[in-house]
Write a new protein. Structure first.
Length: 478
């Protein structure tokens, strides 16, 4: 590389193209600018020391441009890719991403013979299912009694196991407590200070000096913190007070189970210090369990909920609030408002829980209570279970030469199962034979579809979800 002149006596006008933000564009622009600076630098080979330094500056500029573009992307909800950025943006509109949601069901407790005394099943009684050597625990949400002369009773239960952490109040405003578990079920945190229960709130804006409130925040690493007030917006725990925090740890979507799988009782049932033989089972499936809220769902749900102003007045309001409730995957509003008084509104909602199946009574009751706090006084809300309509598929497929029939049959079966997967279907969705035919015809190893018949696929109504029913696949070679 030739030496640069010691000083420049002529002025140089340099035009900057601000769209040159990648390495090649910056490198090319810098090379093109060399003659404008000096005529003595003539060696532009990659081995030249000056070109090496120039490429280093171009690489540094490329990296800086990348990071600046990312910072701009993370400032908008639609383009943010990091979970913490989405959490921070949603916090600005008082929307909180859900952590893992515990599945719920109804447990039936049974005596071997009727008793002449009452048998009480305490709240928090632990039961479990064992699936493939994995323990899936559940606990009851309220006490229930098998009255004398009866032999069984039912009670709602949630999936998970409860843990307790102890802290000490500092007396400082905005005290924070960090919880150790990273799989805490949404809405399961309970706080007691010196034996008095405190209530969780979304924010402290409406909290007064004497309100025993706390709020929770979960970051992108699933670390949960509990925050107390400052003495003006919410009470600050007094220094030295005992703070007990209990919460439910859950398996999320892995806690969704079929019927009659929860059949082991962990806690003994006693009456007057005498152990009573009690068996347990779940006659309803455990549904509604889900992992932490995906970013795609938060991008859609946060703007929908802020449009409602957290009040249920219009149809989109009810749909947005119901769909955003923890444990609910799909909701559809049925318009049955046939009352002649236009100031009276009857709202009917069909609710499908996470991972499909019927919603548990506990989920319906919690959602009903949530909507009751946000509806108009003159509105009445009724919640229904969805109807899963089985669609049968009977098809004959012609395979390409050399294709194994059994392998192709499994491929067609897997493709149809994916087509009817719960997450992909919607209420009242029309199932067209042409779509099924195109799906099978485009599979690897398929020459063409000889015949295709669908049963029970027409006229799906509101409140009905299509599911794959009887499947009859025959494969022959061309």
């Amino acid at each position: 590389m030739a030496l640069l002149p010691r000083a420049f006596t002529r002025s140089v006008t340099i035009s900057v193209n601000y769209t040159n933000r990648d390495f090649e564009s910056m490198r090319r622009a810098l090379l093109e600018r060399i003659p404008q600076v000096t005529e003595r630098w003539t060696d532009h080979n990659p081995s030249d020391l000056g070109v090496v330094l120039l490429e280093l500056f171009a690489a540094a500029g490329d990296m800086l441009a990348y990071y600046m573009d990312n910072q701009v992307s993370e400032a908008f909800l639609e383009t943010a890719r990091q979970r913490q950025s989405v959490i921070n943006l949603c916090k600005l509109i008082s929307y909180r991403l859900d952590s893992a949601v515990a599945a719920s069901t109804e447990l039936t407790f049974m005596l071997d013979t009727p008793k002449d005394f009452d048998v009480t099943i305490p709240r928090g009684t632990r039961c479990q299912a064992i699936i493939d050597r994995e323990t899936i625990p559940f606990e009851t949400v309220e006490p229930v009694t098998i009255y004398q002369g009866n032999q069984e009773t039912t009670v709602s239960a949630r999936q998970g196991w409860r843990e307790l952490q102890r802290f000490v109040g500092t007396g400082l405003p905005w005290q924070n407590l960090r919880l150790s578990a990273q799989d805490i079920a949404q809405g399961s945190i309970q706080v007691e200070i010196d034996g008095d229960p405190w209530r969780e709130v979304l924010h402290f804006r409406e909290s007064g000096r004497e309100d025993r409130h706390f709020r929770t925040e979960t970051d992108a690493l699933d670390t949960t913190q509990i925050m107390f007030g400052d003495g003006i917006r919410g009470v600050a725990p007094v220094s030295g007070t005992a703070i007990h925090v209990s919460y439910l740890r859950t398996l999320g979507k892995n806690g969704n189970l079929g019927r009659h799988l929860i059949n082991q009782l962990q806690d003994p049932i006693q009456v007057n210090n005498a152990r009573i033989a009690v068996s347990v089972t779940n006659r309803r499936p455990a549904t509604g369990g889900a992992d932490r809220e995906p970013l795609e769902h938060a991008r859609e749900q946060a703007p929908a909920e802020i449009q409602t102003v957290w009040k249920a007045v219009t149809k989109p309001d009810f749909l947005a609030l119901a769909t955003g409730f923890p444990g609910v995957a799909k909701a559809q509003l049925l318009d049955v408002n046939d009352c002649t008084n236009d100031r009276f509104l009857h709202v009917s909602l069909v609710i499908a829980p996470n991972s499909g199946g019927p919603p548990s009574p506990l989920l319906l009751n919690d959602l009903q209570a949530f909507l009751e706090t946000r509806k108009m006084v003159t509105a009445e809300i009724t919640l229904y279970e969805p109807h899963y309509r089985e669609v049968g598929v009977n098809t004959e497929v012609v395979a390409l030469p050399g294709e194994d029939p059994d392998t192709l049959k499994d491929r067609v079966s897997n493709a149809l199962s994916e087509f009817f997967r719960f997450e992909r279907v919607s209420f009242g969705q029309k199932i067209n034979a042409s779509d099924i035919n195109a799906l099978i015809d485009n599979l690897r190893g398929v020459d063409y579809v000889e015949t295709l018949e669908l049963s029970n696929a027409s006229d799906l109504r509101n409140g009905q979800l299509p599911v794959l029913g009887n499947l009859d696949i025959s494969v022959r070679t061309a």
